[in-house]
Design a protein around this ligand. Structure first.
Ligand code: SF4
Ligand code: SF4
Length: 118
């Protein structure tokens, strides 16, 4: 998410939906202690289960590390050390579709992951 490989497949930096989908995304899973220690603690949930998820007064939430404006231009403040689930989510995969639909973003132009990622 946020940077596709190759980036011309889809511009995740114009989206960010999977970083704002729900509070228990992204959770930590396969990361080593060293990998988790590299994520600045201000972005980590109090129970250490995953990234911190900030919810605003209107009830909308997003990963604490997400910068910018959803659907316009976003970035990840911990991109180099982001959790595994963030590395696994690819534009056009089922989780991507779910997140974009939940936020009201179009899914028609998403790539077919079977074509691009094998
Ligand atoms: S850590 Fe970065 S890539 Fe992962 S959900 Fe948060 S903002 Fe998105
Ligand atoms: S929801 Fe899909 S298109 Fe949007 S940032 Fe995540 S992987 Fe990229």
């Amino acid at each position: 998410m946020l940077e596709t490989s190759p980036p011309e497949i889809f511009d995740c930096q114009s989206c960010g939906a999977c970083c704002a989908y729900q509070a228990d995304w992204p959770r930590f899973s396969l990361e080593s202690d060293e990998q988790l220690a590299a994520i600045p603690e201000q972005f980590v949930a109090a129970d250490l289960s995953g990234m911190k998820f900030d919810v605003d007064a209107s009830g909308k939430g997003r990963c604490a590390a997400l910068t910018g404006t959803l659907g316009k231009h976003v970035g990840c403040a911990v991109y180099a050390v982001r959790p595994q689930v963030c590395r696994d989510c690819m534009p056009g995969d089922p989780e991507c579709h779910m997140a974009r639909k939940a936020l009201g973003f179009a899914v028609e132009d998403l790539p077919d992951p079977d074509v691009y990622y094998g």
